[in-house]
Design a protein around this ligand. Structure first.
Ligand SMILES: Cc1cc2nc3c(=O)[nH]c(=O)nc-3n(C[C@H](O)[C@H](O)[C@H](O)COP(=O)(O)O)c2cc1C
Length: 406
């Protein structure tokens, strides 16, 4: 859903003649800012970057990035969930120094905000995933590279230092998946992130209406037919093309198969039910991303933030838990960490940054979230990531009880 603000940043003039300057300026105009050199300079928050991105991108591309499945209930609910959680700050803790650094699976990151796997980044900017990788490395955070990236595993690895994980959609032909895993391993990726909420593609109705088909784009991890999406007479060409890369018969045995073909840690992305935690652990995963794919898969799915505490409880500290879906503010990061996440992932904000200003735009998003996070931590009385505790949040779901059968 598009962010709406009353005052958009750096809007272009409407071509009217300039209003004559008054002989003497009123005092309050003396502090008026110089025009911003770059549209990014006029942005105060992630929502401002989305406004610029929306203006720059063709409608079909914007809708592909922004949209969710069906009625977009889950897309909206992800964001709404953060609004429903409130913070209960502690006073007079001493926050002259605030440190946002942490680790994910042992890799140091300068803030607990990781780059989610997002497909087709070259539609937002000609440098696409390479620009994102450079911005992530400069900011000191980890990027997860999509299977359906428009830059190859190796190209991204060569462009910037890590840390980096490779996101896998399990293909119907295991040999294809095995090859991608081996390539990621050889290119120095430090984890394989298997997406488990996509045995088939959710129905994204904006793409259906737009007959969305990114035919000019090449999926650089593939060759031949698989590298390009078909144009269809009706519906989403993207959905038809992506379906060729997804195995609907995938089960936890498929994760065990992966465990046998790679020495890298496996992170499963797309768990919502606490009941799946034990199965994931049995299959040998090292971390779990609580996610509903940013509302792009099962519409009506529980918001990721609401599912998080239950997954955290089931995991009982045995694996790291991350969450994504609707993170747009530093205070959202604090809420997620207080509910037990080790880190959050951001998806669309990265694309808005890319479209608004390429690598500098992604850097801008990460810096905004870093400074908002540091501010929220300070105002909560949390000088370190370790000091963000459960008591910090007033949780609207705390009263949720499991219904008892008579
Ligand atoms: C345009 C777009 C493309 C995405 N592509 C992938 C993908 O290739 N693989 C994947 O596992 N998740 C993909 N996702 C889901 C994200 O990894 C992430 O779960 C989601 O964007 C988080 O929600 P947010 O956008 O509200 O931050 C995509 C999301 C978007 C918006």
């Amino acid at each position: 859903m598009a962010a709406r603000r009353k005052s958009a940043p750096a809007r272009k003039g409407r071509g009217k003649a300039a209003t004559p300057r008054p002989a003497k300026r009123p005092a309050r105009q003396a502090v008026a800012a110089e025009p911003a050199a770059s549209p990014l300079d006029a942005c105060a928050c992630v929502a401002d970057l989305e406004i610029i991105a929306r203006r720059k991108l063709p409608q079909g591309v914007y809708d592909y990035y922004a949209g969710g499945a069906e009625d977009e209930q889950t897309l909206d609910a992800n964001r709404e969930a953060f609004r429903r959680v409130f913070l209960r700050p502690r006073a007079l803790v001493g926050v002259a120094r605030v440190d946002t650094a942490t680790t994910v699976l042992g890799a140091p990151v300068s803030l607990p905000v990781l780059i989610a796997p997002v497909a087709y980044q070259r539609m937002a900017d000609p440098e696409g995933e390479v620009a994102t990788a450079c911005a992530a490395a400069a900011a000191g955070t980890l990027m997860i590279v999509s299977t359906i990236a428009t830059a190859s595993i190796e190209e991204i690895a060569g462009a910037a230092p890590g840390p980096r994980w490779f996101q896998l959609y399990m293909a119907p032909e295991r040999a294809l998946s095995e090859d991608l895993i081996a390539r990621a391993e050889a290119a120095g990726y430090q984890g394989i992130c298997l997406t488990v909420d996509t045995p088939m593609l959710g129905r994204r109705e904006r793409d259906v209406r737009n007959r969305f088909a990114p035919t000019g784009m090449v999926l650089r991890n593939f060759e031949g037919d698989l590298a390009r999406m078909p144009r269809t007479r009706m519906g989403s060409g993207f959905a038809v093309g992506a379906s060729r890369l997804l195995d609907p018969s995938i089960t936890w045995d498929s994760v065990r198969w992966m465990r046998g073909v790679t020495r890298l840690p496996i992170i499963v992305k797309g768990v919502i039910a606490a009941a799946d935690v034990e199965l994931a652990l049995d299959a040998g995963v090292s971390a779990i991303v609580v996610s509903n794919h940013g509302g792009r898969q099962l519409d009506g799915c529980e918001p990721a933030l609401a599912a998080l505490p239950h997954v955290v409880e089931a995991a009982a500290g045995r694996v790291e838990i991350y969450v994504d879906g609707g993170v747009r503010r530093g205070s959202d990061v604090v809420k997620a960490l207080a509910l037990g996440a080790r880190a959050v992932l951001i998806g669309r904000p990265v694309v808005w940054g890319l479209a608004a200003g390429g690598q500098a735009g992604v850097a801008c998003v990460l810096e905004m979230l870093r400074s908002e996070l540091a501010m929220a931590m300070a105002l909560c009385g949390c000088p370190t990531i370790a000091s963000i505790e459960r008591e910090l949040v007033v949780e609207p779901w705390a009263a949720r009880a499991t219904p008892q059968r008579a």
